[in-house]
Design a protein around this ligand. Structure first.
Ligand code: ZN
Length: 416
């Protein structure tokens, strides 16, 4: 099953996402068409309390520009939706350079990058521009127009529950609040959409999957405020999908406990990951783990760790179909490991007579290494689970699962 995730990212690229507003609505509507049945979009009114947080006003930007008085446009929000500080209030005035200066944000060390800046919980307005644009602005005066629209409305998020044979759940979440940036985090959105489609196509899932597309932080906090007891009782592992699309690195960010099922599945993944401790957390694992949920991340170049991070340079050239596909494949592998993570044991207290089941060659030949099936049964002790088996044996997952199922079908092993 292949998924054109890069094309999905291109389709969603221009949507001006934020915590709320039309960009989120359009993104969720696109995902609705993509994922189909089982998908639900929820709306939470501005002002709704969740723990000590409050769902914010709904924000939309209908345009923003800095122009010379002669009419020349210097900065235009239509060129790049990072040009406006997220949640900016409206402004329409003639300003001198000195008056405009406190409202300008750039990164001197990255002169071509427009920074991504938000101000969700303190009302202000501002423009983000590259250092090069800033230095060529001149003294003004300027006509500054920012059509920021902040009013009571709602915060939206998407949820899919895919039922399995057991009530225990795997939590998969990503965030839908970043405007036009690719690795962080359009990549997370499209890989999670592909995972959802793949899970929906699986005929006999063991676990139930709770898949969430939320505005970061306030979305997960709201969700916890309404589902905390259920999540604590049912979630056995979880993954946040963040920074999933480039090909330069793999990054494992551990859960707060550091040794949950999610951590073990990631550590078993056959990729050379760099380690990030929980003190370097940055996405919704902050909320999930503080609530006691076992959630970790397998990223590519992780948040805060690549030069384009949170700037306009994190564009579609940073990610690739191959980067997205490889990240999807690792998550599919981790889910497969968890789905099959039984502790097997031999029915008889010695090596089984494999030849009788056509599981072993009936001629003895000189050899260096025991066949895989002999290696595998050596660990069928009722204590070693499949993740440990996979980590220690260096046998491909498909081959391992095939051998285990043949042994089980032959009645040679049973699980807990
Ligand atoms: Zn981010």
């Amino acid at each position: 099953m292949t998924f054109p995730m890069y094309q999905w990212a291109k389709d969603l690229w221009k949507e001006p996402r934020s915590l709320t507003g039309e960009g989120v609505r359009a993104t969720l509507s696109y995902l609705n068409d993509l994922i189909g049945a089982g998908w639900t979009i929820y709306s939470v009114l501005s002002g709704t309390k969740c723990f000590d947080w409050t769902v914010p006003l709904e924000w939309n930007c209908h345009g923003a520009s800095i122009k010379r008085l002669g009419g020349e446009t210097i900065i235009d929000w239509n060129d790049c939706n990072l040009h406006v500080v997220g949640y900016s209030t409206g402004v329409d005035m003639i300003m001198s350079r000195d008056d405009l200066e406190p409202h300008l944000h750039s990164i001197p060390s990255l002169p071509t990058a427009i920074p991504y800046i938000t101000s969700y919980y303190k009302q202000r307005w501002g423009f983000c521009l590259s250092e090069n644009q800033k230095s060529s602005l001149g003294l003004g005066p300027f006509k500054v127009e920012l059509l920021g629209d902040l009013r009571p409305g709602s915060m939206r998020y998407g949820e899919i529950i895919i039922p399995g044979r057991e009530k225990k759940e795997i939590l998969l979440s990503t965030y839908i609040c970043h405007p036009s940036m690719a690795n962080d985090n359009l990549s997370g959105i499209v890989v999670l959409a592909a995972l959802a489609k793949w899970l929906k196509s699986q005929p006999n899932l063991r676990y139930t999957y709770r898949i969430l597309f939320l505005p970061e932080t306030i979305g997960s906090i709201y969700y916890l405020s309404r589902h905390l007891d259920h999540l604590r009782e049912h979630v056995i592992a979880g993954f946040v999908l963040s920074c999933c699309g480039d090909e330069r690195a793999w990054t494992y960010l551990e859960s707060r406990d550091g040794d949950t099922l999610a951590d073990r599945a990631i550590r078993a993944a056959d990729v050379p990951w760099d380690f990030m401790g929980f003190d370097e957390r940055g996405s919704d694992e902050r909320q999930w783990c503080l609530a006691g949920l076992p959630v970790a991340l397998l990223m590519r170049s992780g948040f805060g760790r690549y030069p384009e991070y949170h700037t306009s340079l994190d564009d579609l050239s940073v990610i690739s179909q191959r980067g997205l596909s490889d990240t999807l494949a690792e998550h599919q592998k981790m889910i497969t490991l968890i789905e099959n993570n039984y502790k097997w044991k031999l029915v008889n207290p010695c090596e089984p007579f494999l030849s009788a089941h056509n599981l072993y060659p009936d001629i003895s030949e000189r050899r260096q290494q025991p066949p895989d099936i002999i290696k595998i049964i050596g660990y069928m002790d009722g204590k070693t689970d499949l993740i440990d088996l996979f980590s220690s044996l260096h046998i491909g997952l498909d081959d391992l699962l095939d051998a285990v199922s043949r042994l089980a079908d032959a009645g040679i092993i049973v699980h807990d």
